[in-house]
Design a protein around this ligand. Structure first.
Ligand SMILES: *Cc1c(COP(=O)(O)O)cnc(C)c1O
Length: 387
């Protein structure tokens, strides 16, 4: 994408019609839209997926976000959801039925696995997880009843990539629909539609919103696919985005390119510091030359994001705990993509009743936010010194 086009999308797409000259689109905080005539209402009812009739369907503020995201991903249309998980559920459920099979990359986002394992299995949809680093594993898992291939590149925690072009070629050959979770890369660092992916999903809670103040999800796809999902899971399950949160996401998008540049520069500096530190055993980051899929990352992604993972050299859980609790700039929490730097220690999964984790207890996922790299490095240095 050329830069001018990007500027246009972030600043103008979907907001060409100014409302009373306002520089910023208003929040259409309304559930309902009213009509003067029977004909006008009947006409709108026939185009419920295109015109504002009732805000579970189309809302003008949400529409601005949909137009921008479709333009960023280079798809015909987009649907916005109340969370990334709602988007994933709608995207898969709209395209499978009883007896169907899904091939999914191993270790996807945890609630993607719960959807497939705990919910869809109740309705006769089965799933095979494959190590997507080798496209041959994807091919080998496909059965006559396989309908979808679910991709997430890179995945969270260990950042394993799939060769998207090669995976799509297999899916097309076998007649499978592809859905990719593109939350890590954002449309700025990777455009899966250009590589032939059918449905692109985002947890817009992360980089798209960018300020840790709204939970949201996105599906980008063809007009026909969006129409199908709208008429089915979107309207039926009703996992919609509120106008206010759509407005926050549109505001977040204005600076997406600046934030993405900033976090990837900061992550690169922080990663360089950690990789050289003798109390750090391993650093997982696709844009490090030591990452086993570095070459593929360079080929299919524009730059790295703000997330990476380390394992500490110690396996002593008390030392892992002391390190995590000594950090002051890095907040301890899940999620990422906002202004604030974060750590997510695998130790919290080990000690939780609700999650079964095979991740080592000395593994910590990081996200570098918008703070100064020097301050983050100083914080890490003092916390490493403390153990
Ligand atoms: C957070 C996340 C999701 C789920 O999105 P929510 O907005 O939290 O529902 C899905 N995929 C990835 C990669 C995520 O990080």
């Amino acid at each position: 994408m050329d830069y001018d086009n990007l500027s246009y999308i972030l600043n103008h797409t979907g907001e060409e019609q100014r409302v009373q000259g306002a520089a910023v689109p208003p929040v259409f905080q309304t559930s309902n839209f009213l009509f003067d005539t029977i004909d006008a209402m009947a006409e709108c009812l026939s185009h419920e997926d295109e015109m504002p009739f009732y805000s579970r369907g189309v809302n003008p503020t949400v529409d601005v976000l949909r137009k921008k995201m479709a333009a960023l991903e280079g798809t015909e249309d987009c649907l916005a959801f109340g969370s990334g998980s709602a988007a994933i559920a709608a995207g898969i459920m709209a395209n499978v039925q009883q007896g169907d099979h899904v091939v999914c990359v191993q270790k996807p986002y945890s609630w993607t696995a719960k959807l497939l394992d705990n919910l869809l299995s109740r309705f006769g949809v089965s799933t095979t997880y494959v190590d997507g680093r080798e496209t041959a594993n994807i091919r080998a898992a496909i059965r006559p009843e396989t309908k979808m291939l679910f991709l997430e590149s890179p995945n969270s925690w260990t950042f394993e990539l799939q060769d998207i072009e090669a995976a799509v070629a297999v899916a097309k050959e076998k007649g499978l629909l592809t859905l990719m979770d593109n939350s890590y890369c954002t449309p700025l660092n990777m455009k899966p539609a250009q590589l032939g992916v059918d449905i692109i999903m985002h947890s817009a809670t992360k980089y798209i919103g960018g300020h840790s103040d709204a939970v949201a999800g996105i599906l980008c796809a063809s007009k026909a696919m969006c129409k199908k999902i709208f008429a089915g899971e979107f309207m039926t399950l009703g996992g919609i985005l509120s106008p206010m949160n759509a407005w926050l996401l549109v505001r977040g998008l204005r600076t997406l390119h600046l934030r993405m540049e900033r976090v990837s520069h900061t992550a690169a500096e922080v990663v360089r510091f950690l990789e050289a530190h003798d109390k750090v055993a391993e650093v997982y980051y696709p844009f490090l030359p030591s990452h086993p899929q570095h070459e593929l990352a360079m080929r299919q992604m524009k730059r790295g994001g703000g997330q990476f993972t380390i394992t500490l050299a110690t396996e002593d859980e008390e030392k892992v705990k002391a390190f995590c609790e000594s950090l002051t700039y890095f907040g301890m929490g899940c999620s990422w993509g906002g202004h604030e730097s974060l750590i997510f220690p695998a130790l919290t999964l080990h000690r939780s009743q609700n999650y079964k984790s095979t991740l080592p207890a000395n593994m910590i996922r990081f996200y570098t936010g918008l703070e100064e790299a020097d301050e983050l490095i100083a914080d890490l240095r003092q916390a490493l010194d403390a153990i």
